[in-house]
Design a protein around this ligand. Structure first.
Ligand code: OGA
Ligand code: NI
Length: 353
């Protein structure tokens, strides 16, 4: 075909990015300053914010936040460390390479829906120990601990990563409370699912791509966990599938903001009141891009199912319960290598209507 990219990267025709970029009518922008100001007891401002977040979750599944209270310095430090790390020779990065056994560390051959992504990543957790099931099989009871693979270079990498995670974690839990309130649930209703969380942070590096019209940085997908808090640099490339018309909309980079999206787990808890929305990353031929998603995930043992308070006689559960740990393990295995089968999705647990 005379192509400059390997065939494993090439998207099917219908999934290739369009040349036109829709930026108008983008995802909602929400100002969180009420949360951090001295008049945070202002009940009216707070209920306005909760309503805004509820509408964004319902209509878009995505929103962008400013005045979020996470110190900018944390983001600057992790970005600088990440750029230094990804600039190392491949051989050096492969010293902390992810394996089938341990899904943390460096990785450059991730597949989304069996097509290779034009990116390299570094994954880490920051809890003392993160447990997941050793197998996704229902009868398997064995657990394993995830271990971080910290590189020697740059020397500040480990500290920058852990401090960043702690800073963004506070924002993630605050947003989870606001989302609970927006569903008319107590603020702490979801908190218990995260004791022993399997949350992790990913550093995504998208190198320039010689044929950006054929490949994607990340193929279209939905995030499996509860909530994603994403920082991106000023290059841009994230596209969200607009619920209103199915159009792919580019998310405009805003300095010192975070992009928030609802994952599959909140979709199931809310019994489809809030839907997890498809998104993808378009690469470009000129510039490299860096993004840092924080995936807020429940504990491995959590059985995910619609919350009883949200059900009614005319609104019965739309999903059968499933175990989060096995779901996650199954996803990790299928992203590790190209498989001939589709990976696990929440609709596999949908109750027939
Ligand atoms: C992801 C993702 C978006 C981005 O890693 O799941 O959707 O902008 N990343 O990098
Ligand atoms: Ni994603």
């Amino acid at each position: 075909m005379g192509c400059m990219v390997d065939s494993t990267f090439i998207q099917a025709l219908e999934h290739r990015p369009k040349v036109s970029i829709v930026e108008a009518g983008g995802i909602p922008l929400i100002d969180l300053s009420t949360l951090n100001s001295s008049n945070s007891n202002d009940a009216e401002a707070l209920s306005g914010l909760i309503a805004e977040i509820g509408a964004a979750c319902k209509d878009w599944g995505f929103f962008q936040v400013i005045n979020h209270g996470v110190p900018l310095q944390l983001q600057e430090r992790i970005e600088s460390a990440a750029r230094k790390f990804f600039a190392l020779p491949l051989e050096e990065k492969c010293k902390v390479r992810r394996s089938e056994e341990n899904p943390l560390g460096y990785y450059d051959t991730e597949h989304t829906k069996n097509v290779r992504d034009w990116k390299e990543v570094f994954d880490f957790t920051w809890e003392e120990s993160t447990f997941i099931p050793a197998s996704h099989e229902p009868q398997g009871q064995e657990l394993k601990i995830l271990n971080n693979h910290w590189p020697h270079h740059p020397p500040e990498m480990r500290e920058a990563c852990i401090e960043y995670a702690h800073g963004v974690e506070k924002l993630a839990y605050k947003l989870l409370e606001l989302i609970s309130l927006s569903l008319n649930l107590p603020a702490d209703r979801l908190k218990g699912f995260f004791k022993g969380q399997t949350s992790f942070v990913r550093l995504n590096h998208y190198p320039p791509c010689p044929e950006p019209q054929l490949a994607l940085g990340v193929g279209r997908h939905k995030d499996a966990g509860a909530l994603t808090v994403l920082a991106q640099d000023d290059v841009g490339g994230l596209e969200v599938k607009r619920k209103a018309d199915g159009e792919w909309v580019r998310v405009k980079p805003i300095p010192n903001s975070y992009i928030i999206n609802v994952g599959d787990t909140i979709q199931v808890w809310s019994n489809d009141k809030y839907e997890s929305v498809e998104h993808r990353v378009v690469v470009n031929s000129q510039k490299e891009r860096l993004s840092i998603p924080f995936f807020l995930n429940p504990a491995y043992s959590v059985m995910v199912k619609p919350l009883e308070e949200l059900l009614q006689e005319h609104d019965p559960p739309k999903y059968k319960e499933y175990n989060w740990g096995r779901f996650l393990k199954s996803r990790k295995d299928s992203n590790f290598k190209k498989l001939g089968v589709e990976n696990v999705q929440i609709y596999h647990f949908r109750v027939a209507e």
